[in-house]
Write a protein that binds this ligand. Structure first.
Ligand code: MLC
Ligand code: AMP
Length: 479
């Protein structure tokens, strides 16, 4: 059962968000009532606003045995059309007052009633049935749909409870979006499966999460960009530092946590951040244990039940714990996805002999501690914890009439980890400024995929085959 304590729900608080709150009994009642209305649908889209209603909608869809497709409410028109075409949902869950963009107008819509009641729980869906469909970027082409079954969600959360001593007494807070694994699976389903509680801050700010920590939250989840903001805030404010000091566990993931931020948080609060490493296709792979050694740069050993292999360029398995030999991270276990929706080719390329190939490269140190050192694909950019494919940004820019040629790269950024940079050659005689191109991308795909910098160049460096040499662009940027 994904939510064991729905069988006999208590009056204890389950979720608090946006001024509202639900006990386990009310959550069970509202989610079961909602589930009754969606039973029998294969996939249901969720307009994933950062609200209590979105959380209840997803829980209801999971109870019903349908699969939830969380949509970024800021997603641009081109990306939204692709996701809807690919996932073919038969319903969309959205707040009644929300105006939805045209690609969603043809879909029947339903709203969540937080006071819903009177329905019994549907039969538990089989473990292998699809629970969630998240869209994730590749190096080229539009994002792929990652199908996660109930089995992966349940087993991975249980492994995290074990790793972090996460109990029903824990109160989690975060301000992560609800359309990715981090915010939704770990951040919402995590506390609910355990029987603990969530104080969802909605849109992230240091003040919002610190308010919850002051009010008794015991754990904080965030991406490194959020810890960067928290470190700045803690250095300027004794009350922010004091709020962070109270937490039982500060957890970072979705991108590498720079040692600098680890040290700044430690200096101001005495807390050593716990890092964990995961991916949409695998949920969580490694985590530093609550009672384990916390070293900046290390994401800890594999979670219980999850197998990790490092394989070098020649295909040889790296056995050493010397922290020197680099290999690609391969993963096997109950945490793996079922495949990419409508993309058997991509699934077959990523999962070979039962091992999922992450594309991340790492070393292994004593105690099985994994240190992620980079990525095989240079065309994937992690910015603010969001994965963005250079190809999708390039395709969006090429749709602008003024753009003749374009190349997109990621450059190191103190706040975002990497920032998206667009190198643009304009058509002869065409005029367009950087702001216009940035807004064009934000509206077509999503604001977090917009370039943070546009460099207009007369030509792009190409090899004899005509392929853009991104390494040369990186050298120009470094110079
Ligand atoms: C700015 N905005 C624009 C815009 N410029 N909108 C339209 N057009 C433009 N040209 C808007 C943005 O939409 C946003 O609105 C606001 O302005 C500020 O945007 P921003 O500057 O992009 O925000 P930023 O400070 O960069 O955000 C930082 C952040 C964010 C940390 C809050 O990056 C974030 O939420 N990251 C979390 C990513 C995450 O959850 N990853 C998990 C992936 S799962 P508004 O209203 O939104 O503020 C995974 C697996 C694993 O990786 O291991 O976990
Ligand atoms: P996504 O595809 O959005 O799920 O992002 C998954 C990717 O995020 C992984 O393949 C890693 O490259 C990166 N990632 C997640 N957690 C960490 C971490 N703790 N350290 C380094 N990289 C991470």
């Amino acid at each position: 059962m994904l939510f064991p304590n729905f069988a006999d729900p208590s009056e204890d608080e389950a979720i608090r968000a946006g001024g509202g709150s639900l006990s386990y009994r009310r959550l069970r009642d509202a989610a079961a009532a909602f589930a009754a209305g969606v039973v029998g649908q294969e996939r249901v889209a969720v307009w994933a606003t950062p609200t209590l209603e979105s959380c209840v909608g997803v829980v209801g869809i999971l109870l019903s045995g349908s699969a939830a497709v969380p949509l970024n409410p800021k997603m641009g028109s081109r990306e939204l059309e692709h996701v809807l075409r690919d996932s073919a949902p038969t319903l969309v869950v959205a707040p009644g007052e929300e105006e939805l963009p045209p690609p969603l107008h043809g879909l029947p819509r339903v709203a969540v009633d937080l006071d819903g009641a009177g329905a019994s729980l549907p039969p538990e869906p089989p473990p292998e049935s699809p629970a969630l469909l998240f869209y994730t970027s590749g190096t080229t082409g539009p994002p792929k749909g990652v199908v996660l079954p109930h089995r992966a969600v349940a087993s991975n959360l249980d492994a995290l409870y074990d790793a972090w001593g996460w109990t029903a007494q824990d109160v989690l807070t975060h301000g992560l979006p609800l359309f990715h694994v981090h915010g939704l699976v770990l951040g919402v389903l995590g506390p609910l499966r355990r029987g603990g509680s969530l104080r969802y801050a909605g849109k992230f700010s240091p003040e919002a999460v610190c308010r919850e920590l002051e009010g008794g939250a015991t754990m904080l989840f965030g991406v490194p960009t959020m810890y960067h903001a928290l470190a700045e805030a803690a250095e300027g404010s004794g009350s922010v530092a004091a709020a962070l000091r109270r937490a039982r566990l500060l957890v970072s993931g979705s991108a590498p946590l720079p040692e600098r931020e680890f040290r700044r948080i430690e200096r101001t609060t005495g807390q050593r951040i716990v890092e964990r490493y995961g991916m949409t296709e695998t949920i969580m792979i490694c985590a530093v244990r609550a009672n384990g050694v916390r070293r900046p740069g290390y994401v800890g050993p594999p979670l219980p039940g999850v197998e990790v292999r490092l394989v070098d360029d020649r295909g040889v398995v790296v056995e050493s714990e010397g922290d020197e030999t680099i290999g690609e991270v391969l993963v096997r276990g109950p945490n793996l996805f079922l495949g990419y929706l409508n993309r058997p080719d991509a699934t077959a390329e990523a999962v070979r002999d039962g091992w999922f190939h992450t594309g991340d490269v790492a070393t292994r140190a004593a105690g099985g501690y994994i240190r992620i050192v980079g990525r095989r694909a240079t065309d994937l950019i992690k910015t603010g914890g969001f994965k963005v494919g250079a190809g999708e940004v390039e395709a969006a820019l090429l749709e602008h009439t003024a753009v003749a040629e374009v190349a997109v790269t990621g450059e190191p950024d103190d706040r975002l980890g990497e920032r998206i940079v667009a190198w643009v050659v304009l058509r002869p005689g065409a005029v367009a400024d950087a702001d216009e191109l940035v807004s064009h991308v934000a509206g077509l795909i999503a604001p977090h995929k917009r370039p943070r910098e546009v460099r207009f160049v007369p030509a792009l460096p190409r090899n004899e085959m005509g392929k853009v040499q991104k390494a040369a662009l990186r050298r120009i940027a470094e110079a």
